[in-house]
Design a binder for this molecule. Sequence first.
Ligand code: FAD
Length: 317
Amino acid sequence: MKVIDHLRKSKGTLFSFEILPPLKGSDIRSIYAGIDPLMEFKPSYVNVTYHREEVIYKERGQGLLQKIRLRKRPGTVGICAVIKAKYEVDTVPHLICGGFSREDTEDALIELNFLGIDNVLALRGDPVKSEPHFIPERDGHVYAEGLIRQIAGLNKGHYLHDEEQEAAPTNLCVGAACYPEKHAEALNPATDLAYLKRKVDAGAEYLVTQMFFDNKKYFDFVALCRAEGITVPIVPGLKPLTNLRHIGFIPKTFKIDLPQAYAKELVKCTTDAQVKKLGIEWTVAQAKELKAQSVPGLHFYTMGRSEAVRAIAEQLF
Ligand code: FAD
């Protein structure tokens, strides 16, 4: 079933979560270990992230370096198909522009269609670490908007290079990302919002936010979206901070601020256990307030660890 139908049919706030494919060489059972503890809360759908290949250099002796393209977390589409069959839950594979030509994208979409997967979250992807800015694949999309247009086109039976042929349309529900605190590369919130509107006009049926820790940012952002004419559901994305490392990299990586009341308590933490306890408490409070305001869903970023999300879900769903 499509995410948009889940959102439309639901009488309350839905529960969903995002997982990462395991590191290359891991067993598929490592995925189940992250999902099993969350299934009793009846997620409406499970997202699986997509990870672009990275470029690494290996020393080969005599001053020689070998350039290697390595995908550390392959398997997004296969994992979606397996989870859908095993748990009878809808899955949402993430699809990115980076590393994909339009033909690669079309192949991936045909594969999803054949597998009976009804959803896709369409993203641009970040620049690879070795590049100063996002560089699309030759003939690939520069922005998520182009990817969304391609999916929307395929949903009307418009395949690449087959203008004359009668082709079976796909029926994929497309979601897209949005950023209550602005995307890091956007010139300002207004331009970011204008481009977001274009993604929705191109065919994004709902939006999922980047994580945020201050609900006011979400509420203000939704109000700005509505004023801009963006009427689709905007699902808040939440991430409980669970260890000291998170404090260092999450604000920097995702370009988000922590509210002062939270930051004041976090700086007192000296152990992972303290960060986790506080993270669960903070996220529960955030989620309760969002739920009380009838947000369409609560989408949790597990980053491969489900204990904290389980502790939160126990208090909410
Ligand atoms: P876009 O919407 O293309 O926007 C990118 C930038 O370009 C923004 O600054 C925007 O303002 C600007 N822009 C947009 N459209 C235009 C236009 N037409 N002309 C000019 N400028 C424009 N990354 C992954 O690699 N894998 C994942 O699985 C993944 N999952 C994610 C899930 C969620 C819910 C979120 C919020 C992010 C996720 N990301 C993922 C990260 C995402 O790929 C990055 O944030 C990326 O830098 C931007 O992706 P986007 O789809 O928002 O890009």
